[in-house]
Design a protein around this ligand. Structure first.
Ligand code: 13P
Length: 252
């Protein structure tokens, strides 16, 4: 059985007080209502990582960072290393979010280095991929996203690959209220799993969680998560509302 995962990507949102309130509400609701074995990850902004980890206490929720630098340490003003996020209690790191690729010019080559660095620190990468509307409309989306995997993670060995989580996030569905249909999500996820199998073999491909991201809401989560190759979600906007986020977790 593949692991099911729901991760909340808070992006650059929330004051410290809002972050504390959100965490305590999510912990409170899930401790009463969660009945599945989905892995739940909260990815707050860097400054709140340690606080969020402490506020979660001993409930079964993990913390993840939204990014990290590819070097161990050094003169990189404003950057944050894997050792730092790990020291704050993070277990996961989102790598290659489309907002990092687009606004911070993160290339496939750089992301390949980041993925390796995250794994070397014994953290779990949530490796993001996904096409723009223009690419979707050109009909090249399947090849484009497969290429992102080839460039970003095909240098890994089998032991490393066994730890990785993939998140497919079509850019045209992020923050737009428009989701991929469950058929579109399933088509891409299946294609990505088959692509993983060509490099890492069927067993690893079968056990790699592939999450869907892009306007996941309580109202659409059941249908999207019901697809055979969709193993959970990477949730942006709806993860800032404790009730919505908990309902999405429960939809697994
Ligand atoms: P939304 O859920 O707000 O569309 O964001 C998705 C996302 O980018 C998660 O990483």
């Amino acid at each position: 059985m593949r692991k099911k995962v729901v991760a909340g990507n808070w992006k650059m949102n929330s004051t410290i007080d809002e972050a504390k309130k959100l965490t305590s509400e999510v912990v409170g609701i899930l401790s009463k209502e969660k009945q599945n074995d989905a892995v739940v990850v909260l990815c707050p902004p860097y400054p709140y990582l340690g606080m969020t980890r402490r506020d979660i206490g001993d409930s079964q929720i993990s913390v993840g960072a939204q990014n990290c630098h590819e070097a161990d340490s050094g003169a990189y003003t404003g950057e944050v290393s894997t050792t730092m996020v790990k020291g704050m209690g993070a277990e996961y790191v989102i790598i290659g979010h489309s907002e990092r690729r687009e606004y911070f010019n993160e290339s496939d080559e750089l992301l390949a280095k980041k993925v390796s660095k995250v794994l070397a620190a014994d953290l779990i990468p949530i490796f993001c991929c996904g096409e723009s509307l223009e690419i979707r409309e050109s009909g090249n989306h399947l090849d484009f996203v497969k290429q992102q995997l080839t460039q970003g993670i095909f240098h890994l060995n089998a032991t490393e690959m066994e730890k990785l989580i993939i998140a497919y996030e079509p850019i045209w569905a992020i923050g737009t209220g428009k989701t991929a249909s469950s058929d579109q999500a399933q088509e891409m996820h299946k294609e990505l799993r088959d692509h993983l199998a060509t490099k890492f073999g069927d067993e690893i491909a079968e056990q790699t969680p592939i999450l869907y991201g892009g306007s996941v809401k309580p109202a659409n989560a059941v249908e999207i998560f019901g697809q055979p190759d969709v193993d959970g979600g990477l949730v942006g906007g709806a993860s800032l509302n404790s009730r919505d986020f908990a309902d999405i977790v429960k939809a697994i």
